[in-house]
Design a protein around this ligand. Structure first.
Ligand code: NAD
Length: 463
């Protein structure tokens, strides 16, 4: 479509949503509950088609489709359905002496027109989970799924556009041009999930309209295995978290820092675990996904020369297959230790002291996640308090993301803003502060002319 037409059509869609938003329909809690129920119904109805689309795009295993995509979203919807009446209530707060007499409360106000831009790796989860928050908070919404997972993108658009009035919620398919045209419009809230590089573009565009943004980005998430850790448990949970969706997960353990005393044992245990999970030939396993496309396949196979192969390394471009790979890496300046891997290659780096491990982690600051396998309480406390990261696990990997009572998001280069569960409602709401003043007490000393009241103020306030 010519650029001018696209801008015009998107602009028209947004004006229609603006009109609908100002009608006040979305302020009604029952309206939001109905929309959430509608979304739940249509997702359950399409669960098998969703699994098929994910299989076509990523050969995503069925377990992973139901657990981390459809099932995850339904869990978020159920939680919102149960709690929304409580979330929307005005929250009373206390007054302070200086503002007595008054009653004080917070209204959770929808931002209004929201834009959700998603990535390709969990295409349904990462568009619909934020959408649950947008609906719960009373927003209208435009959703742009990633063009890279094309089957998923088409189904996301169908699910949304066939089941919601586009004055309220609509999906727009397309690539960088469409995303750019959307970002030229004036939204009240932008929720972006993707790479840090594009996150910067989104933030720059949002700045033109001073639009509130949430950025869910990526990074190199470390996984440290201490000398006293339970090695077999660590191996099992690291291999699981790393090779789920063939490593194409934002919070996957990007690399392992193994204490020098246990590195050999850990590598053996991980090799053993790989064979138990995926068999002697992972290519034949129905539980192992494929790389999204040739561009990423070539980028990933380029990393194979950056260290010594301990396991895997086999690859087949026609099938976009890259075996689950463990790579012993000594040189931290190699590309595999400079860039987010986002695929099934796990570098293992040896460390001898926590100081050294912290220095290595600091080379890629503010990771989205961090994982620590240890039985030493003071080491765990030291690492969890001193290393800046988005969130993580002690003695496990990606599973923390499943608990909607925990806020999910990064910091610095891994993003800003948090969602999941109640946090998704909060991230799409403005907390409007209201003070309702009473008239029966109105001390004249606060009004001009102030005379010498500042002496009294100095005495009471500056202490
Ligand atoms: P990406 O940034 O390339 O694309 C994400 C979205 O942005 C897509 O919809 C794409 O069409 C759009 N886009 C691409 N270029 C754009 C541009 N120049 N202007 C405007 N929009 C543009 O990311 P990706 O490759 O789809 O996903 C991989 C990245 O996302 C990794 O860094 C990963 O860690 C991160 N990620 C983060 C999370 C999280 O929850 N924090 C989840 C999944 C993925």
């Amino acid at each position: 479509m010519p650029e001018g037409n696209m801008h015009r059509d998107l602009g028209r869609l947004l004006s229609a949503q603006q009109h609908f938003f100002y009608s006040g329909a979305t302020l009604n809690t029952d309206f939001r509950l109905e929309a959430l129920k509608n979304l739940k119904r249509v997702l359950i109805k399409n669960a098998d088609r969703i699994a098929e689309a994910l299989s076509a795009d990523l050969r995503k295993p069925l377990f992973e489709s139901y657990a981390s995509e459809t099932g995850y979203i339904i869990k978020e919807i159920n939680f919102a359905l149960k709690n929304l009446p409580k979330w929307v209530r005005r929250k009373r707060t206390r007054s302070i002496l200086a503002t007595l007499p008054s009653s004080n409360y917070i209204i959770n106000e929808p931002y209004g027109l929201s834009l959700i831009i998603g990535p390709w790796n969990y295409p349904f989860h990462l568009t619909f989970a934020p959408l649950v928050g947008a609906i719960a908070a009373g927003n209208c919404c435009l959703v742009k799924p990633s063009e890279i997972a094309e089957n998923s993108s088409a189904l996301i658009a169908e699910i949304i556009n066939d089941n919601f009035d586009d004055n309220y919620i609509a999906a727009v398919e397309g690539g960088v041009d469409v995303a750019g045209a959307l970002l030229d419009l004036n939204f009240d809230k932008i929720f972006f999930t993707g790479s840090p590089a594009v996150g910067k573009i989104v933030m720059e565009k949002a700045a033109q309209n001073l639009t509130e943004v949430t950025l869910e980005l990526g990074g190199k998430s470390p996984c440290l295995v201490d000398s006293n850790a339970d090695i077999y448990l660590a191996a099992k949970r690291i291999v699981y978290g790393k090779f789920f969706n063939a490593g194409q997960t934002c919070i996957t353990p990007d690399y392992v820092l193994a204490h020098q005393d246990i590195k050999g044992k850990l590598c053996h245990a991980m090799q053993d675990r790989l064979a138990r999970f995926y068999g002697a030939d992972p290519k034949a396993s129905p539980d192992y996904a494929r790389i999204i496309n040739r561009k990423h396949f070539r980028r990933l196979t380029g990393y194979l020369a950056d260290g010594n192969l301990i396991a895997g390394g086999e690859h087949d471009e026609r099938d976009l297959y890259l075996a689950p790979t463990i790579l012993e890496v000594d040189d931290l300046n190699k590309p595999v230790m400079q860039e987010e891997i986002f695929g099934p290659i796990l570098p293992v780096i040896e460390y001898s002291s926590l100081d050294q491990a912290e220095e290595i982690i600091a080379r890629n600051p503010d990771p989205l996640a961090c994982y620590i396998f240890s039985r030493n309480r003071s080491n765990i406390d030291r690492l969890t308090t001193r290393i800046p990261f988005g969130g993580g696990c002690i003695n496990d990997t990606i599973i923390y993301n499943y608990n909607h009572h925990l806020p999910f998001g990064g910091r610095g280069s891994s993003g800003m803003g948090k969602y999941h569960g109640k946090y998704s409602f909060d991230v799409f709401s403005h907390q409007k502060a209201i003070m309702a003043r009473k008239s029966f007490l109105d001390p004249s000393i606060i009004y001009p002319p102030y005379k010498n009241i500042h002496n009294l103020l100095k005495k009471f306030l500056l202490r």
